[in-house]
Design a protein around this ligand. Structure first.
Ligand code: CO
Length: 453
């Protein structure tokens, strides 16, 4: 039996900083810290996405690799660990009714903060992010929580947002979903230390679940698939947040373009569900928007713990790469590859032409048990996998002299009941080194590498 459920088992304790056991040779130029975010404690919750946020770091220098982890001490974690009960709504789990104070004026009924999806650096500030309105600031060296970050209580205060901002020249770009009688998507920019300014918005009759965006020098792009919610259901909800959304393929999808000049447009396209945009860029006169597409939103249901953990559950669906090409104000959808790929990363900056996308993939398992490098020019691929191993998001990192690129991925080795940091040669997808930590790093989502702290 494949026992990846070890990666979905709650951690109780935090680790003292500990040196990893290195096999192979780490590249000498690889100095810095990989910071990862993800859920690590699933007491009282029902879904992979609902676990309490924990940061993990792997600091690399000539003396080796040091691993640290720390729970983020947001209101949700504090309540769960002090009162033993879930106090705030999560993605797919609500607290018991008597803990759940309904505030009718808010669409998110109570502002907790369990930012277990991603991290971002803006100026000198590191933030842990999810899709609810608040973020948590943390110290990248010790991983200690520094406090709630509520964006200066600006005009977008209390909106649903995304954990996938894009930082360009020190300015953070992201969007909010403003639910109401008329719902709207707001694209915003936020300079370091500044407040958020909306640069364009688009009205939506049926607001969709949106997870990420793409960005070029001219616009932000959002894929509005037909996984939609009636805002009134959220207001008077009697079920967890995501369970208010419905898959309505008859609505089709829209590619929403939020121009940096304040304009907006939407292009009608077939019904597909998307978590992650990969990139967007201009190729001659056409705008290419690449993303990973699912046939529908079934994945959300497949990631409940009662499907994922027991043997015999439904296989997790993995999406494939599609491109929307916009030319002369018309959009069409192309399939670039059928290779299964999720948690996509590219080496290039957003908005630039690119060739390779890296991600997690599925080989034998019903969960993610490999890494893949997909060549978008000719749909060829290279993969890495090992029996009993389950890999996380691969982060590409280029040597300072540009001579080589490695991928950094945290892998669970069920044969040893330990996780390791895998360093792959990104050209050949072969192993350079691995660094075992004396612990299991639960399956997480996103992270980043930073050269200097
Ligand atoms: Co994501």
């Amino acid at each position: 039996m494949e026992d990846y459920s070890l990666g979905l088992t709650s951690l109780k304790d935090e680790q003292q900083p500990v040196r990893a056991e290195i096999q192979g040779r780490m590249p000498e130029w690889l100095k810095g810290t990989l910071i990862r975010n993800g859920p690590a404690q699933w007491d009282e919750v029902r879904h992979w996405f609902d676990g309490m946020a924990m940061l993990h770091s792997f600091s690399m220098d000539e003396s080796g690799v040091v691993y640290r982890n720390r729970f983020l001490r947001g209101p949700d974690w504090c309540a769960l660990n002090q009162q033993g009960k879930l106090a705030y709504p999560q993605f797919a789990t609500d607290p018991c009714r008597h803990f759940f104070k309904k505030v009718a004026s808010l669409f998110i009924s109570d502002l907790g903060c369990n930012p277990n999806v991603n991290v971002v650096k803006i100026g000198k500030t590191w933030l842990a992010l999810t899709e609810t309105p608040l973020a948590l600031e943390f110290d990248p060296e010790t991983l200690q929580t520094l406090g709630l970050y509520d964006y200066d209580r600006d005009a977008l205060h209390r909106h649903i947002t995304s954990a996938h901002p894009i930082v360009e020249n020190g300015v953070l770009y992201n969007f909010t979903v403003q639910m109401g009688k008329t719902s709207r998507y707001n694209g915003y920019r936020m300079p370091a230390g500044g407040s958020r300014q909306t640069f364009a918005h688009h009205l939506s009759a049926s607001p969709a679940y949106l997870h990420s965006c793409a960005l070029t020098a001219h616009e932000m792009l959002l894929w509005e698939g037909p996984f939609v919610v009636d805002p009134l259901r959220l207001l008077w909800r009697n079920r967890p947040y995501i369970e208010n959304f419905r898959w309505r393929p008859e609505l089709g999808s829209r590619l929403v373009r939020l121009g940096r000049d304040g304009t907006s447009q939407a292009y009608e396209l077939p019904p597909l569900f998307v978590f992650h945009h990969v990139n967007s860029f201009y190729q001659e006169n056409s705008l290419c928007v690449d993303m990973l597409a699912y046939q529908d939103a079934s994945l959300v249901g497949q990631l409940y713990l009662n499907n994922l953990k027991p043997a015999g559950g439904e296989r997790v669906e993995t999406p494939h790469l599609v491109r929307v090409r916009v030319e002369q104000n018309r959009a069409r959808l192309e399939t670039l590859s059928r290779t299964p790929l999720e948690l996509p990363r590219i080496l290039e900056g957003q908005g630039q032409a690119y060739r390779y996308v890296y991600g997690i993939t599925q080989q034998q398992s019903r969960f993610y048990d490999g890494l893949v490098k997909l060549d978008t020019w000719n749909d060829s691929q290279l993969t890495w996998s090992e029996p009993g191993c389950f890999a996380g998001e691969p982060v590409p990192q280029q040597a300072p002299d540009g001579a080589e690129v490695v991928l950094l991925s945290v892998v669970l080795d069920t044969k040893r009941s330990q996780s390791f940091l895998l360093v792959l040669d990104a050209e050949t997808m072969t192993e350079r080194a691995r660094a075992y930590v004396p612990a299991v790093v639960p399956f997480g989502f996103h992270g980043g590498f930073t050269g200097a702290l």
